[in-house]
Design a binder for this molecule. Structure first.
Ligand SMILES: [Zn+2]
Length: 252
């Protein structure tokens, strides 16, 4: 997400260059739990079983375990979507701002796809413009997270889902994408608060999926094979960032 913003045709508002390339990861494939319109195919069964699970909430101890077990298994039935709780985030403190379902694909990572990369992006725009773009179904791209200059983190796609951000289907499936507000040619975009928040997030992701916090696993969008974007650009301080990621990992 670092291509220079292309000039907007006169008369139309400028489009923020937040988006990764469209069409990379979209589309149903065998095993997807969603219908062609992106909506879960079977809701009724989920609701029925959900009711059974809720009924067990009043009981103590073993009932909780049984509920967890049921929850773990029921969505494996054909056509049943993995249960999601509205507003749930993978990173404590992140603010949930849901992306349009057109901008990611529902999945069940890391069970169906191994997660072994974090991809670092820069928006070429502000935090709000990124969130706006990710909510737009026409945008056809989103990352899992967006980090603001003051360290605020929005989660826009759950980590278990495949967000369309890398411009490469295999890399979308294997990675967690983090957008950073700002511009690749404005080093002042990358504040300490942003580095600190992002490093804490990346450290947590590395811990979750057993990744080494190094440059083999934490990469820039520019390093994704076939990517024609150059972010995060020359002003992103990789040495400092990885030092902070490792420090945050030790502090966990
Ligand atoms: Zn990018």
């Amino acid at each position: 997400m670092s291509d220079a913003p292309s000039p907007a045709p006169s008369g139309s508002p400028p489009r923020p260059a937040t988006g990764c390339r469209p069409g990379t990861g979209a589309g149903a494939r065998p095993g997807d739990r969603t219908a062609a319109d992106g909506r879960p195919r079977v809701r009724r069964r989920t609701l029925l079983l959900g009711g059974a699970a809720v009924a067990g909430l009043g009981a103590a101890g073993a009932a909780w375990a049984a509920r967890e077990e049921l929850e773990r298994l029921w969505w494996r039935m054909p056509g049943v979507a993995l249960p999601r709780r509205e507003g749930e985030v993978d990173h404590p403190g992140a603010h949930w701002v849901a992306a349009s379902e057109a901008n990611f694909r529902r999945a069940d990572r890391p069970r169906d796809y191994l997660v072994d990369r974090v991809v670092i992006h820069v928006v070429q725009g502000g935090y709000d413009s990124a969130l706006r773009a990710f909510r737009d179904p026409e945008h056809r791209a989103a990352t899992h997270y967006v980090v603001r200059e003051d360290g605020r983190i929005a989660q826009t796609v759950r980590e278990l889902d495949v967000a369309f951000h890398a411009g490469n289907r295999a890399y979308n499936e294997r990675s967690v994408g983090i957008e950073h507000a700002g511009w690749v040619d404005r080093p002042e975009s990358f504040t300490m608060a942003m580095y600190r928040a992002s490093a804490g997030l990346t450290a947590a992701i590395c811990a979750r999926y057993g990744m080494e916090p190094d440059r083999a696993h934490v990469i820039g969008h520019i390093e994704v094979p076939g990517a024609d974007h150059t972010d995060p650009g020359p002003h992103w301080d990789w040495d400092r960032y990885l030092r902070m990621v490792r420090a945050a990992g030790r502090g966990r």
